[in-house]
Design a protein around this ligand. Structure first.
Ligand SMILES: [Ca+2]
Length: 441
């Protein structure tokens, strides 16, 4: 072995130190989170009516995983999973509201404290020098508590704080706070949480958009929902255009997803009837996931692999030179081999208004898992009497029995195979219990 002369060794060490100091530029990270949006309701997902040209373009240019899922189909716990990279039984956020007076500040504050026990993506990026901005949906009180450096949401219950307050103006009334944040953070890497109250109710789209979908034979409530989606899409286009105008698009990662699904029933229908939001069926838990980064992610569409929003942390943090935490269960979605090796994903459905804000097992109604194309849905018998929607005793889709579906043959989950395939049910249940068994928390 040749010995390196001392002078050269010192020169090399100085050089390496210099290299370490000039670490690669950290990419900006933008989360675009649609609210109450059905997984098929996009142009790129094949919808015949809904126009989403801007989201379609992201999907075409990015890595698009059409079999994406949220672990739970309700806003607050789903957003908490996106922000922490953890399952609801890990971060313990399972419901939208606390039991008792949901408008009582102290009552809500106790819930927010539970959320603060988990590390957030905003906080982890912040520790590495990122600035961050929250806009849109945010349930966890004053948004700086979630690790953001700037925000729209005040969280003050006495001024209407619950799920976003001032933040809910984004997209619907203005994009300016987001644009101002981007402009002012120039030079520093940033994290942007863009979770507009779109296409969420109230379905009150501008007439110029509604006019495109108003037609004989299409129920007006459905026309309005479609127009709300196009409204969301317009804002996605505006956000991207702003990044491009500022010359930042090449240094930015965009992750797109919906927080839960939606089925718009003719005549308005009630949520409890729709078998979507707050249900364990695909209409509630499935969403396409798009990862877009022109310099780092090659365009591809994957219609086979199972992906979860808990994978966002474990995919994006390494792109920002941050090691994911050990308790994060996700995978790196950019690695095609890792994606192909995953055979199962999991989730759970909880009551809308938490029985016990600290014990997920006290609130769970269903667990579900998918292996390949087989989907198992298992009710939690111990909580059978709990109402999933407060004050809604009758939820027609809630059968209270174990169900098994073949999603490849029956994507609408209409034919329950549990009775015909007891062996499959048994083997899937064993896997599900290894993931999380609320009977043995
Ligand atoms: Ca939602």
């Amino acid at each position: 072995m040749t010995r390196m002369p001392l002078k050269s060794l010192i020169a090399t060490l100085v050089c390496l130190a210099g290299f370490a100091a000039a670490a690669p530029r950290q990419p900006n990270v933008v989360f675009i989170i649609s609210d109450d949006h059905g997984w098929r309701d996009y142009g790129f997902m094949g919808h015949a009516d809904v126009r989403t040209p801007h989201i379609d373009r992201l999907a075409k240019e990015g890595l698009t995983l059409t079999r994406g899922y949220v672990p739970t189909s309700l806003c607050r716990p789903s957003l908490a999973s996106i922000m922490t990279g953890l399952y609801p039984h890990q971060h313990k956020i399972t419901g939208n509201d606390p039991k008792g007076d949901a408008k009582d500040a102290a009552n809500r504050e106790q819930m927010v404290k539970v959320f603060q026990e988990s590390k957030t993506i905003a906080g982890m990026l912040g520790a590495k020098g990122y600035v961050s901005h929250q806009s849109g949906k945010w349930w966890e009180g004053e948004c700086r508590c979630g690790g953001f450096t700037e925000c729209m949401t005040h969280g003050d219950v006495s001024r209407g704080g619950r799920h976003g307050d001032e933040g809910l103006k984004i997209g619907r009334q203005t994009m300016q706070p987001v644009f101002d944040f981007i402009d002012q953070s120039k030079g520093k890497p940033f994290f942007l949480w863009y979770a507009p109250f779109l296409p969420h109710t109230p379905h009150n789209p501008p007439e110029r958009l509604l006019a495109k979908y108003r037609r004989p034979g299409l129920d007006l409530s459905i026309s309005k929902y479609y127009a709300m989606i196009e409204w969301l899409d317009e804002t996605v286009g505006q956000l991207r255009e702003h990044l491009e105008k500022r010359g930042l698009a090449d240094d930015t990662i965009i992750a797109y997803m919906a927080d839960n699904g939606w089925v718009q029933l003719p005549g308005g229908g009630t949520l409890a009837e729709s078998r979507a939001k707050l249900s364990p069926y695909d209409a509630g838990v499935r969403t396409p996931l798009i990862l877009w980064a022109p310099k780092q992610i090659r365009p591809a569409r994957d219609d086979r692999s199972l992906a979860s929003t808990v994978d966002l942390a474990t995919t994006i943090l390494p792109m920002c030179d941050i090691k994911p935490r050990d308790e994060m269960p996700g995978i790196n979605l950019l690695d095609a081999r890792v994606r192909s090796r995953r055979d199962s994903i999991f989730g759970a459905i909880f009551v809308h208004t938490s029985e016990d804000i600290r014990r997920p097992e006290a609130n769970v109604k269903y667990r579900w898992m998918i292996r390949g194309s087989q989907k198992l849905i298992v009710p939690h018998g111990a909580n059978e009497r709990l109402l999933i929607w407060e004050n809604t005793p009758k939820v027609p889709w809630m059968l209270g029995r174990t169900e098994l579906f073949d999603l490849a043959a029956d994507p609408g989950e209409t034919r329950d195979l549990a009775g015909e395939r007891p062996e499959t049910v048994r083997s899937l249940l064993a896997v599900l219990d290894r993931w999380w068994n609320p009977a043995r928390p």
